[in-house]
Design a binder for this molecule. Structure first.
Ligand code: AMP
Ligand code: FE
Ligand code: FE
Ligand code: ZN
Length: 286
């Protein structure tokens, strides 16, 4: 039985979290977590450092990722646990997504710079080499330049998808994403599927088609899912034999989400571990 409490969705500075993987693990230990998954966007670059830090902090780590996919106009996130990080499709596809994100961020900055004092170098200064770039890094640059007070304010104005500067980036479909994760020995879980009315697009029949390809579960307990959305997701879990997970989606100081604010039952994590064949969880010595 894995150590509890269990938080299966967190970000480090490998993507848009504000803490290094080492700092993230220390924060997880301080928050009293027994098990934490590191799930950076489209990257496994934080796994090794997180595991090294966990052996010092004495907590368990589930290596994971949050894969970007596109479903029509909607960006759909698929959490992936315990897949083979060297799987060829995963390696090439995540590299393509990260590259697409980089060029998309340049296009957004190009547009913003026509109205605000902001340069591409300002954004690069908010990330390091190899970071999965996203709007949060542009937000940080806007904060540093004094255009907005924090990331949330940036997302509510300049970086809002209807704010006039939004650009899309390449990502596979959710179905392709699920297939790719399963083929790499991993376990896919749909992230915050009822956030911002998304469940209106991700209908029951879409989720059934993902379940038919090996989707394991739905992240039901996430702060962005509405109460009605959670009810709907629980019905889908019962109908299609999916498991319900819960997690914080912690981003350090980049978002209000706090570690352990939502958690996953140990029985559910046991099933994830039993199903996965791509890589092993890290268990700290008891
Ligand atoms: P992107 O993937 O570049 O389109 O940016 C979306 C990312 O920004 C998501 O992964 C969120 O974690 C983050 N994000 C979305 N809304 C907010 C917010 N209000 N404050 C901080 N970060 C946010
Ligand atoms: Fe994020
Ligand atoms: Fe997400
Ligand atoms: Zn996330």
């Amino acid at each position: 039985m894995p150590n509890t409490p269990i938080d299966l969705h967190t970000h480090s500075a490998v993507s848009d979290g504000t803490e290094t993987p080492t700092q993230l693990i220390r924060s997880a230990a301080r928050a009293g977590l027994g098990t934490v998954a590191i799930t950076d966007h489209d990257s496994t670059a934080g796994w090794q450092e997180a595991i090294a830090a966990a052996s010092v902090s004495g907590i368990n780590v589930i290596p994971g990722m949050e894969l970007s996919t596109n479903y029509g106009p909607a960006s759909v996130h698929v959490l992936a646990y315990l897949f083979d990080p060297l799987n060829r499709t995963i390696v090439t596809e995540t590299a393509r997504i990260r590259d697409g994100r980089l060029r998309r961020a340049e296009r957004i900055v190009e547009k913003i710079s026509q109205d605000y004092d902001l340069t591409w170098d300002d954004v690069l200064a908010e990330s390091s080499d190899g970071t999965t770039l996203g709007r949060p890094h542009i937000a940080d640059a806007l904060v540093r330049k004094g255009h907005v007070v924090n990331r949330s304010a940036a997302f509510e104005s300049i970086l809002h998808w209807q704010g006039g500067y939004y650009e899309k980036y390449y990502a596979p479909s959710p179905l392709e994403g699920v297939k790719m994760i399963v083929a790499a020995g991993g376990v896919p879980v749909l992230a915050h599927p009822a956030a911002h009315g998304k469940y209106r697009q991700l209908t029951g029949s879409v989720i059934k088609s993902l379940a038919d390809e090996g989707l394991f579960g739905l992240e039901v307990n996430h702060r962005d899912n509405s109460p009605e959305g959670r009810e709907f997701l629980l019905e889908l879990c019962a109908k299609y034999g999916l498991e319900a997970t819960g997690a914080s989606d912690y981003h350090g100081v980049g978002k209000p989400n706090q570690l352990a604010e939502n958690t996953t039952e140990p029985e559910v994590l046991d099933k994830i571990i039993a199903r996965a064949t791509g890589s092993k969880p890290f268990f700290a010595a008891a």
